[in-house]
Design a binder for this molecule. Structure first.
Ligand code: ATP
Ligand code: MG
Length: 258
C-alpha cells in the first residue's frame, strides 16, 4: 500500500511543483514505483514532465467527477518508474462542481484507494490555495510535505498552513501527519534567507529536512524542456539537493501508512 503525500503550501511560487517533479523523479530513480497526481488547474507538473496539456483526453478532473479512473487516465513519463495523472484548466471546474456534493472533500481519497497498492508513493501537487482541491488532497493524504521559500513572512504563512492542516485533521482526516518541511530557493549570500531558515529550524526542529534546495538556474530552466531538473542537469547543485532530499525522504518516510 503506497503512502500518499500532499505537497502543499497556500503561498504561490514556493517550489511546490518543482519539488513534486524532482522529488518524485528522484524517488522513482531510487527504484520505487511512484504516482504523481497533478491537483493544480495550472497543470505545471504536467507540462514540466513534457506532456502537452491541450491534447489530454483524460485528466485529474475526470477522475474527481468520476467519468474516468486513475488507472485509465494515468500516463507513463520519461522517468522510469514515474507515472503521472495529468491536469489542465478543466480542473478549475471541479472547484465549482463539487461545491454542493455531499462529502466532497473525500472524492480523491476514494479514487486513490483503487490504485494505492500499485505504488510505493503517491505525491499530490497542490495548487496555491486552500480550496476544495487542496482539501481533497489533505483528506486523501497520509502526510503533508511543505516547501517553504526562505523569505520575509515565510514563518507567518507556515503558521497559517499548520492551522489549516489542524482543521483538516479535526474534520476529515485524523491520521494526517506532517511529513516534513523543505527549505527552497535558498540563497546562502542572503542574510534574510539564512535568518528565516534558522527561525524555521528552531521552531520545527527535526521536521525540517537537512537537505536545502538552493536557488539554481537549471531547476528553473528544466520545465521549458519538459524534463525534471534532476535529468536535465544532474550535476547541478539544485539536482543534487533534490537527490539528497529523496534519500532523506525515503529513510524517514518509508513506513507503513495508516
Ligand atoms: P504555484 O503556487 O504557482 O503552484 P509552486 O509553489 O508550484 O507555484 P514552482 O512552480 O515550483 O512553485 O516554482 C515557482 C518558480 O520558481 C518557477 O518558475 C520555478 O521554475 C522556479 N524555481 C523553483 N525552484 C527553484 C530553485 N531552486 N531555483 C530557481 N528557481 C526555482
Ligand atoms: Mg505549482
Amino acid at each position: 500500500m503506497g503512502k500518499v503525500v500532499a505537497i502543499a503550501n497556500q503561498k504561490g511560487g514556493v517550489a511546490k511543483t518543482t519539488t513534486a517533479i524532482n522529488l518524485s523523479s528522484a524517488i522513482a530513480l531510487e527504484g520505487r514505483s511512484v504516482l504523481l497526481i497533478d491537483m493544480d488547474p495550472q497543470g505545471n507538473a504536467t507540462s514540466g514532465l513534457g506532456i502537452d496539456q491541450q491534447s489530454l483526453k483524460r485528466t485529474t478532473y475526470g477522475c474527481l467527477v468520476k467519468t474516468s479512473t486513475i488507472q485509465e487516465s494515468s500516463l507513463e513519463t520519461s522517468v522510469s518508474g514515474l507515472t503521472l495523472l495529468p491536469a489542465n484548466a478543466d480542473l478549475a471546474g471541479a472547484e465549482v462542481e463539487l461545491v454542493n456534493v455531499e462529502r466532497r472533500e473525500g472524492h480523491l481519497r476514494t479514487i486513490i484507494e483503487e490504485v494505492r497498492e500499485k505504488y510505493d508513493f503517491i505525491f499530490l501537487d497542490c495548487p496555491p490555495a486552500l480550496g476544495i482541491l487542496t482539501i481533497n488532497a489533505l483528506t486523501a493524504a497520509d502526510s503533508v510535505l511543505i516547501p517553504v521559500q526562505c523569505e520575509y513572512y515565510a514563518m507567518e504563512g507556515l503558521t497559517r498552513l499548520i492551522g489549516s492542516i489542524d482543521l483538516v485533521r479535526q474534520s476529515f482526516n485524523s491520521g494526517l501527519e506532517l511529513e516534513g518541511i523543505v527549505l527552497t530557493m535558498f540563497d546562502s549570500r542572503n542574510t534574510l534567507s539564512k535568518q528565516v531558515a534558522e527561525q524555521i529550524r528552531s521552531h520545527f526542529v527535526d521536521k525540517v529536512y537537512q537537505a536545502v534546495i538552493p536557488r539554481n538556474v537549471s531547476l528553473a530552466e528544466a520545465p521549458s524542456y519538459g524534463r525534471p531538473g534532476i535529468l536535465y542537469n544532474v550535476a547541478s547543485a539544485g539536482s543534487q539537493a533534490y537527490v539528497s532530499l529523496a534519500k532523506e525522504f525515503i529513510v524517514h518516510g518509508e513506513k507503513s501508512p495508516r
